[in-house]
Design a protein around this ligand. Structure first.
Ligand code: BG6
Length: 457
């Protein structure tokens, strides 16, 4: 592994995240040969024999097609340690089993991560130790800020990788090339030419057995506070002079600092809803509140919609609408840049298909430019044409991409402390308005496109 890191230790190794996302991404990364060899240790609360752990790792690797010699060898040699990661002496003994410099990956709920960091502060860590921390990072602005303060007492900021796998999605990264490697977009990328920006991540998936986490997070924290605000930052940021960690993250942080809820009025700028029983693609879903582990008293939303503004010269007056929800009819996952109408359409033209728009789809990974032209049939009628192309798939799944950064200690795709705190600061007025019930919790049948009153998306 690059630059002296010899062992990746996954805390929370027995959990769903490790199984479904982390290990499959890791297997792909290992087989790609992008990083130098390292050893892998899984740490969890459950009793698990070495052979069952190895077969779990192998299965997870296989699920992403990571069946090459390198991934197979790593799965055959990995060890599992049953330990309480909030106990400093257990951490010391884990450290004793690491080869070379360790990277600790916290695939843990926020409260356990906080306790584990407190324990790690009491342990003598080797120089160069790297931390990877999963979202949600903290549970609000105060706890995120406090965790950040705690972390930099243990290791320097540039070795703390706050992971957001959306920053490893190839299409999200393609935004950089699209915006900054073409002359045609940047001159119109501003409030003089853009009417609105919508960033939508609607999923057909329901709760999928994740009540323990999701019922305390909800759609706003699960998707908007983290992933979608970072995507928005890439859409709205000023051109950085390089895509190195400092320039890129500095540009993202700058735009996040300028972001607030539309008009500063959280209750008017946000909507929330929760799914009731319904059917999606023939699959029946119970009402959210009847899902195992859900406490209706938590009032958790499964669909969140918030309008933000970016208070700077470039974006003044342009609404950025971020929306995400579960159990919806369509898996609509896209960034839509809607342009303003032309200042004057020569009289004599008929037809008005609406303003031009650029759509960047996160699934499937493609891009479309909706343009108005005349010519087909009646040459004086304006019609819509769509120029579309697929983005080539990235070499690695998003987790493989962010793990590559972590293991080579390149923090470009990690979220910096100030970015995380800004994301919490931006959503806190909405969380407060919802807590006070200033915004009604609406409902929608699973398999619909959301509450009928929200109208067309
Ligand atoms: C996760 C959220 O971070 O991202 C999930 O916790 C969501 O609720 C997921 O489904 C979406 O990401 P992806 O990459 O699976 O589309």
């Amino acid at each position: 592994m690059a630059k002296g890191i010899g062992t990746l230790v996954i805390f929370g190794a027995g959990g769903d995240l490790a199984k479904r996302l982390l290990l499959p991404g890791l297997g792909q990364l290992v087989d790609s040969g992008r990083n130098d060899p390292f050893t892998l240790i899984g740490v969890g609360q459950d009793a698990l024999s070495t052979s069952s752990w190895r077969s779990r790792v192998k299965k997870s690797f296989e699920s992403s097609g990571a069946t090459g010699a390198k991934a197979t060898a790593l799965a055959a040699e990995t060890d599992y340690i049953r330990a309480d990661v909030t106990d400093p002496s257990a951490l010391e003994s884990i450290l004793g089993k690491c080869d070379g410099t360790p990277a600790f990956y916290f695939a843990l709920p926020p409260r356990v991560t906080i306790a584990a960091c407190a324990a790690l502060a009491k342990v003598d860590l080797p120089d160069g130790t790297v931390f990877g921390l999963e979202k949600p990072f903290g549970t609000n602005l105060a706890s995120a800020a406090s965790l950040n303060r705690q972390l930099v007492k243990i290791i320097p900021e540039n070795r703390i990788h706050r992971v957001d796998h959306f920053l490893g999605k190839s299409t999200v990264l393609n935004l950089l090339g699209l915006r900054f490697a073409n002359r045609i977009f940047e001159p119109v990328w501003n409030s003089s030419n853009i009417e609105r920006v919508d960033i939508v991540f609607d999923e057909q998936l329901g709760l999928e057995g994740r009540a323990g986490y999701y019922d305390h997070a909800g759609a706003l924290v699960d998707m908007i506070q983290s992933h979608l605000l970072l995507v928005m930052a890439l859409v709205a940021m000023e051109p950085p002079s390089s895509i190195g960690a400092d320039d890129l993250r500095g540009a993202m942080a700058q735009v996040l600092r300028a972001t607030r809820v539309w008009g500063g009025r959280a209750a008017q700028a946000s909507k929330r809803a929760r799914y009731t029983a319904g059917t999606i693609n023939g699959r029946k879903l119970p009402s959210y509140v009847r899902e195992p582990g859900v406490d209706a008293k938590n009032g958790t939303e499964t669909l969140a919609h918030v309008v933000f503004e970016v208070d700077n010269w470039r974006w003044a007056g342009v609404p950025f609408t971020l929306r995400s929800g579960k159990a919806l009819s369509d898996a609509r996952k896209e960034i839509v840049i809607t342009f303003k109408d032309v200042p004057h359409l020569p009289s004599g033209f008929t037809g008005s298909p609406g303003p031009a728009a650029l759509r960047i789809s996160l699934s499937p990974d493609d891009i479309s430019l909706d343009l108005n032209i005349n010519g087909q049939g009646d040459p004086f009628t304006i019609d819509r044409v769509v120029l579309n192309t697929e983005f080539g798939a990235g070499e690695l799944e998003p987790y493989g991409e962010v793990l590559s950064g972590l293991l080579s200690n390149d923090p470009t795709l990690s979220v910096r402390a100030d970015e995380i705190e800004e994301c919490w600061r931006i959503v806190e007025p909405v969380l407060a308005a919802w807590k006070k019930d200033s915004v009604k919790l609406e409902s929608y049948p699973a398999g619909s496109s959301g509450p009928a009153s929200w109208g067309r998306r």
